[in-house]
Every structure is written in C-alpha cells, then in structure tokens.
Design a protein around this ligand. Structure first.
Ligand code: SAH
Length: 209
C-alpha cells in the first residue's frame, strides 16, 4: 500500500489532473505521504483526498499540494519559501526538496511537535519550523520568493504581501464557505492578482494554541 507502485499511481493521477511540472511530480512520487498520517489511515495516504490529522485539521489533498507548489516554483528564485500552516508537515517536506530553505509556521503547538519529529526522521535539514501566527509571517526571515498559505483567510493578509521578494508569489485560498485559490505576484511597481480554481481549506485563524 506504500509501495513504489502506489506512488506511481498517485503521480499518474496528478498528471491527468493537469499537473505538468516534472520535478514536482517526481518529488511527490518519492515523498512518503503515509508517514504523515496516523497508522490507521496510512492505507488511504495515496488516495487523492484530504485526511484528518487531529485537532480538527486535515492534510491537504495531493492534487492541491501539487497545484500550489507548482505555482510557487514558478517564482524567479527558489531560495526562501514561507509556508503558513505546517499541519502534518507533508507539504513542508515537498517544498524542502524544491527550495533552498523552507520556513514554516504553525499555530497549533501539538501538530508542530509531531511534524518536527517526522521531518527529522526524513533527514530534511533545510527546514525552519516555528510555533507562531501566520498572519504575522516571519519578518526576520523575509523576503520570501514564495509564500504558501495552507489555510483559508477571509481577507488578503497584508503583512505577508510585504514579506514577498520582488517577483515573489503568494499562493493561498481565499474565502469562507465559498473559497477560491488566488496568486498574488509582486512586480516592480505593485502586485498582480490571479483568480484560480474553487478550493476547500480549513480556516486560517489568528493566535496560538
Ligand atoms: N499543509 C498542511 C495543511 C494543514 S491544514 C498539511 O498538508 O498537513 C492547515 C493548517 O494551518 C492547520 O494545521 C492549522 O492549524 C494551520 N493554521 C491555521 N491558521 C493559521 C495561522 N494563522 N498561522 C499558522 N498556522 C495556521
């Protein structure tokens, strides 16, 4: 169930769904997703579904991880990426294989502790995890070539836009019940926003827990 064949099927499905970036597909085919979910759910880890990871949160569906990551790697540089919402750490692991350094912030300390152990087991050493509020971002590590938000805010988090490098991209779901994937690119003289597909994420919430 966690074999190379199962992962190969995941990659095939991602291709059919329109994911084209070979490097992203290769990494998703090689990153063990089952270690990021509870053992009882491991047999569903390669299905294209979101799964519960505790505390009312979910691991994002592989398609949406691939889609957001593919948009993020389109940024002109791949030095620093900020992930908001570490969750179980799966997307963090994927990003760590595409960017020089990954900064990831999670508001739930308990989920972050579990993600830390898993990422350490995978021996990914270019990841900096922080227990914090993603609405604030990480000013001390900015600017970022890409920012990915894995939870849905109901308004554009302005503080994060100011942490984007020139040419940098922020990819995030926006909305409450009716959510849409958005991408905002920082240009020489401002920001360009693109509206992408309909999505469904857990809400982005302020403060720590
Ligand atoms: N990429 C993760 C997504 C987890 S769900 C995965 O695949 O596992 C979204 C995560 O965002 C949750 O863990 C939630 O606690 C976190 N989150 C919500 N609001 C946040 C905020 N303001 N700052 C940091 N993390 C936040």
């Amino acid at each position: 169930m966690t074999s190379a064949r199962t992962r190969g099927r995941l990659v095939e499905r991602l291709r059919q769904q329109g994911i084209r970036h070979e490097e992203v597909l290769g990494i998703m085919g090689n990153t063990p997703r089952h270690i990021f979910v509870d053992e009882a759910l491991a047999h569903r880890a390669y299905d294209d579904v979101s799964l519960p990871i505790g505390q009312g949160q979910t691991i994002s569906q592989p398609y949406i991880v691939a889609r957001m990551v593919e948009l993020a790697v389109g940024a002109p540089k791949r030095e620093r990426v900020l992930e908001v919402g570490t969750g179980c750490g799966y997307q963090t692991a994927v990003l760590a294989q595409l960017f020089k350094t990954v900064y990831s912030v999670e508001r739930l300390g308990n989920l972050l502790d579990k993600a830390r152990v898993r990422l350490r087991d995978l021996r990914l050493s270019n990841i900096r995890l922080r227990h914090g509020d993603g609405f604030i971002g990480m000013t001390d590590a900015a600017p970022f070539d890409a920012i990915l938000i894995a939870a849905a805010p109901t308004f554009v988090p302005e503080a994060l836009l100011s942490q984007l490098a020139p040419g940098g991209r922020m990819v995030f779901p926006l909305g409450n019940l009716d959510q849409e994937l958005r991408m905002i690119e920082r240009t020489e003289d401002g920001f360009i926003e693109s509206r992408l597909e309909k999505v469904r994420f857990v809400p982005m919430l302020p403060g720590l827990a």
